[in-house]
Design a protein around this ligand. Structure first.
Ligand SMILES: *Cc1c(COP(=O)(O)O)cnc(C)c1O
Length: 467
């Protein structure tokens, strides 16, 4: 058969819609998607016919039953939600590309409750009058940070923008040259300042900034002093920075607000758990910062949010800024944030229940047990299809937090005897529940620190399928 003839005998969409196998799909999938799946499958066949040398046998492609199988695959793909869960075996706890922190059970319950029902988002049930969406967080933030007042917005970038545009519009803001941070995804302190209508006054040098540098920069146009935590980098060696405490004295003496963007928003002093000290919200406030901003989904372990805490007089101004309306968090965020924050009333519970904190502090021997369990599970099904060993590795906190902190961990190193590590990595990534693993020294590494017990079976089944 020549190509022309082949192209003519390709079934029509309507014919395929009556195919028995495709007819069965109608029970499961919307008709529009089935038609789309058929069109895709037929296009593919046409393409193959046109791209194949004349003398090869092409009739094989045109078998309604095998077309139907292809259609079923395509329709099932088209029907899948685009945003889906994945398994994080990469060992980066606050993995920005994988959605940063995962929520604790309490937060998940709260989201379902608030989102699946009407709720008192902006209604004061005691008085029967309009209430404020920010009121739900006020008490709890005050309790765990000691801050006088607070407001939450969509993320920390929005928090910094709102603070600067409320307190310093058309004024100068003094920042150390060592703190002109860029966070992934184009958040740069100098650019946020420009957006907020404030003028950046850089002082000091990259490695050293002294108190007198700030002092000399203050004039009648100064709106604030801004201190930014260098979340995702460290300047080491011959360095000097001015502490929040010293800056707060200088700010007070000049009647200026001291703004402290601490980035990650820890409520717990991680040095107690044998890690680097990461500034806590409470310390920033105790050291005299007037306004402190931080993320909800980094070390705090809650939903994406930006939290602004500090003096009531400044926060009240922010609540009146029309920009706040554009940056406000929705009810699901507020629900998840409140539930997460409540757990912090007891630090032990926070460490135990908030996944981000649990993963950061989990003892490596516990991770090892998980690795051994997964290794046994995989070995029992694979026998001779792969080589598996348990190796010592390091996990990372991620999310631009504590860049130098290594977390000793255990990982499963997997080598297939049939396919290359690159192909294995790709197949794991394309599984029904994608598994995100690392390629290192020609092995697939699965770090068990970021994998939960209930995910081990999914990993086992996926490996069984892809190998
Ligand atoms: C992460 C970070 C931000 C941005 O926070 P998002 O919640 O990602 O918007 C701003 N400042 C610092 C210091 C940060 O670490």
């Amino acid at each position: 058969m020549d190509k022309k003839e082949l192209l003519r005998i390709i079934p029509k969409v309507d014919e395929l819609l009556n195919n028995k196998k495709i007819d069965e799909l109608k029970e499961l999938f919307p008709r529009t998607l089935i038609v789309e799946g058929i069109r895709e499958a037929l296009d593919k066949i046409r393409e193959r016919i046109l791209n194949t040398p004349e003398n090869e046998i092409l009739e094989l492609y045109i078998n309604p039953d095998s077309i139907a199988d292809d259609v079923a695959n395509r329709v099932s793909k088209l029907n899948k939600r685009h945003l889906r869960r994945v398994i994080n075996a990469a060992g980066v706890i606050i993995h920005t590309n994988l959605g940063r922190s995962i929520l604790c059970d309490e937060a998940l319950d709260a989201v379902l409750d608030a989102a699946g029902n009407y709720c008192n988002l902006e209604y004061d049930t005691a008085k029967g009058i309009r209430g404020s969406r920010y009121s739900h967080l006020d008490e709890i933030i005050k309790r765990i940070t000691g801050a006088e007042s607070s407001i939450a917005v969509n993320n920390n970038a929005a928090a910094v923008l709102l603070v600067l545009s409320t307190l310093c519009k058309d004024k100068e803001v003094i920042v150390s040259r060592g703190e002109l941070v860029e966070i992934g995804g184009s958040f740069r302190i100098p650019e946020v300042m420009e957006q907020s209508g404030t003028r950046l006054i850089e002082v000091g040098s990259t490695n050293k900034t002294h108190l007198y540098d700030y002092k000399n920069a203050i004039n009648e146009n100064t709106g604030a002093i801004l201190k930014v935590h260098t979340s995702n980098y460290r300047i080491l060696g011959f360095t000097e920075e001015v502490s929040t405490k010293e800056l707060s004295h200088l700010a007070k003496a000049n009647n200026l607000p001291l703004i402290n963007d601490i980035g990650s928003g820890s409520f717990i002093d991680f040095s107690k758990y044998g890690m680097e000290y990461e500034p806590t919200v409470k310390d920033a406030i105790n050291n005299g910062a007037d306004v402190v901003t931080f993320s909800g989904d980094k070390m705090l372990g809650g939903p994406q949010a930006g939290i602004i805490t500090g003096s009531k007089k400044y926060i009240d101004l922010m609540k009146k800024n029309p920009l706040t309306r554009a940056l406000r968090p929705d009810k699901m965020t507020i629900a998840a944030l409140e539930a997460t924050l409540r757990i912090y009333i007891e630090e032990d519970k926070a460490i135990e229940n908030i996944p981000t904190l649990r993963m950061i502090t989990e003892d490596k021997e516990k991770v090892k047990l998980k690795a051994q369990r997964l290794s046994r599970m995989i070995k029992s099904i694979l026998s001779d299809r792969a080589k598996i060993s348990i190796i010592e590795e390091n996990s990372q906190i991620g999310g631009g937090s504590m860049p130098l902190q290594l977390l000793p961990t255990y990982a499963l190193a997997i080598n297939s005897l049939n396919i290359s590590p690159e192909v294995l990595e790709e197949r794991l990534r394309n599984a029904d529940i994608p598994i995100i693993a690392r390629l290192k020294n020609d092995s697939i590494l699965m770090d068990l620190r970021t994998v939960r017990d209930e995910e081990l079976t999914i990993i086992k089944d996926t490996i069984n399928k892809v190998l």
